[in-house]
Design a protein around this ligand. Structure first.
Ligand SMILES: [Zn+2]
Length: 266
């Protein structure tokens, strides 16, 4: 990614992050659930919106599209809405599946599409590795310390999706769509109380949150150390899952299924 590109969070609702990708005065928005906060941001920074990237169909990710589209029409700005092919996204101009590429030519950025079924069935992520700063926009699939709920997909689908993300370069910055880190880490510490990397990370997160600062972006490296949903192959996580459901855990999928169920009732 060219060094002139900046990525900033626009806060929405109680804990959503709408990601603003900015190059000079050009802007792309990831998952704009609320148009008003985006328009305020556009006007404050005198930007020109040209692209909307959608990860999945939930209203807190798509709710702002229609109003932003009218806003761009009034400004006479051409706007392209990108989104998953397999979900019903309002005004979706470019329908994407795995291995498609999104070229935001005016911003010198190109993003690869990754299919991530689990939270929803058509959920996709956008990944760019244009320079030495790989970045991932993964919606509600991978969170810091956690993962999305399984509203539509199976545990196996979600585990496969998370494994794809775990195989990205370790220095990939992870831009997920919610500030859920602190609550996720409470659960993670219950699963792995003796994981020192997790204990240390949790302290840093508590300090950041005490100052009302964002804990996102995180990185693939950090998540592989602290996130129980990326660690279902680890003996410590398997042992803890076994205590939870009183069944011997012999595979990553059994363990993943157990800890996802455990987190749902935590
Ligand atoms: Zn969602």
């Amino acid at each position: 990614m060219s060094s002139s590109i900046k990525i900033t969070a626009i806060k929405a609702f109680s804990d959503n992050y709408i990601w603003a990708i900015i190059n000079n005065n050009s802007l792309a928005l990831v998952d704009p659930g609320d148009a008003n906060v985006c328009i305020e941001f556009i006007e404050k920074h005198q930007l020109k919106l040209g692209a909307i990237l959608i990860t999945h169909h939930h209203p807190d990710h798509t709710g702002g599209i229609e109003k932003l589209r009218s806003y761009c029409q009034n400004q006479q700005w051409p706007l392209t809405v990108y989104g998953p092919k397999n979900e019903n996204i309002p005004f979706n101009n470019v329908k994407l599946v795995e291995k498609d590429t999104v070229d935001l030519a005016d911003m010198s950025i190109s993003l690869q599409v990754i299919d991530l079924p689990g939270h929803t069935l058509g959920h996709i992520a956008y990944f760019t590795n244009d320079s030495n700063e790989p970045s991932l926009f993964c919606g509600d699939t991978l969170f810091s310390g956690g993962c999305g709920r399984l509203f539509e997909g199976s545990p196996q689908q979600m585990l496969n999706s998370l494994t794809k993300l775990a195989n990205l370069p370790e220095n990939t910055k992870v831009y997920c769509a919610h500030e859920y880190t602190q609550a996720n880490l409470k659960f993670a510490l219950t699963v792995e109380p003796d994981n020192q990397a997790l204990v240390d990370y949790s302290k840093r997160v508590n300090e950041l949150r005490a100052q009302k600062q964002a804990t996102i972006p995180t990185s693939i490296r950090v998540e592989k150390q602290v996130n129980p949903f990326l660690r279902s192959h680890e003996a410590t996580v398997q042992a803890s899952a076994m205590k939870f459901d009183n069944t011997p855990q012999t595979s990553a999928i059994d363990t993943f299924t157990a800890i996802r169920r455990w987190k749902d009732q935590f």
